[in-house]
Design a protein around this ligand. Sequence first.
Ligand SMILES: *Cc1c(COP(=O)(O)O)cnc(C)c1O
Length: 402
Amino acid sequence: MSSDPRFTAMPDANGYFGPYGGQLVPPHLKQAMDDINLAYEEIRQREDFQQELAALFADYVGRPSPIFHARRLSEQLGGAQIHLKREDLNHTGAHKINHCLGEALLARFMGKTKVIAETGAGQHGVALATACALVGIPCEIHMGQVDIEKEHPNVTKMKILGCKLVAVTRGAATLKEAVDSAFEEYLKDPQNYLYAIGSVVGPHPFPKMVRDFQSIIGQEARGQFLARHGRLPDQVVACVGGGSNAMGIFTAFLEDAAVELVGIEPAGESLDKPGRHSATLSKGKPGELHGMACYVLEDAEGNPSAVHSIASGLDYPGVGPQHSYLKDIGRVNYQTATDQECLDAFMTLSRVEGIIPALESAHAVAWAIRTAPTLGKDSHILVNLSGRGDKDADYVAKLLGL
Ligand SMILES: *Cc1c(COP(=O)(O)O)cnc(C)c1O
């Protein structure tokens, strides 16, 4: 590897990616975050930790996940070859298990007595409850009452997995209130609890740590692609909510200048309807959210904006600090796909390849479907298929009257 200073040694010692990131938290929390960073830097160097995580990735998650050449889809589109990195085949059905295992092992190493998190649609909650069951650490998930009623299968799974589910009834009783509630619980004893953040967001060291745990995706994909094709793909594409699956696959390709990296944000109903999309990098501006400096979508009063996407895992008014930086330096091309394009891609991939993608991942598939016809047949697009669509099947069937 060469060593382009724009990519190596990121973030700096204070958790900054250029002007983004940092630890924008009160002093007593800064201490807790510094402790997590020290512990993380220690275990990541340790052979026993690396071996344990590698063994779990192989035997528990089912890694390496394969790359599938979507031949029929590519032929139908008549342009570039589309390939899918199959994170949907992981245990629990998405990429999130990669960093949840890392966080659970870190919690055990630090002697934490409880792991706490919020969940919206329940994907992060299920992945974390799974990892905590495996590692043997009590887990407490805060979830809005409205989401609990909407997301029954995930709620049931979390209960079966033995986590304590806290129903949050205040305010709108959705994700924001769940974050507030989970954070209040964490503040009761930051020394003994770990707040397990579900993406490459929040105060330092979480954007770095979650990225590192997810970077297995790109390490595998780069090697797999080279071995099979003797070259790298022309484009690597991933959906961007907080940005963890995207950083997971992008990191290994950052220094390959010839590989175009494309991050797809949700344009929801329309980029022209404030509050009805969640395209933070495309329509937001630099600000602060949840302990970090990053791009933020704001309303007229300067508060974090209401957001929407057909994919509940993508509706966040902030985005990871490294993505904010990669946008500014132009290394990643951030584009969008609408709810409708996402639905179309969801159905197309299901019917042409027999793969039902998560609605989140379908945003990246939508970009590939839009772009492939504009490229030659010897071009290659690698899509990170971050998760499977079981969780979305009933919703889509109802929406389309199937
Ligand atoms: C949670 C989720 C996402 C969005 O999170 P990122 O941190 O942006 O990756 C994407 N895909 C799936 C399948 C998810 O569950």
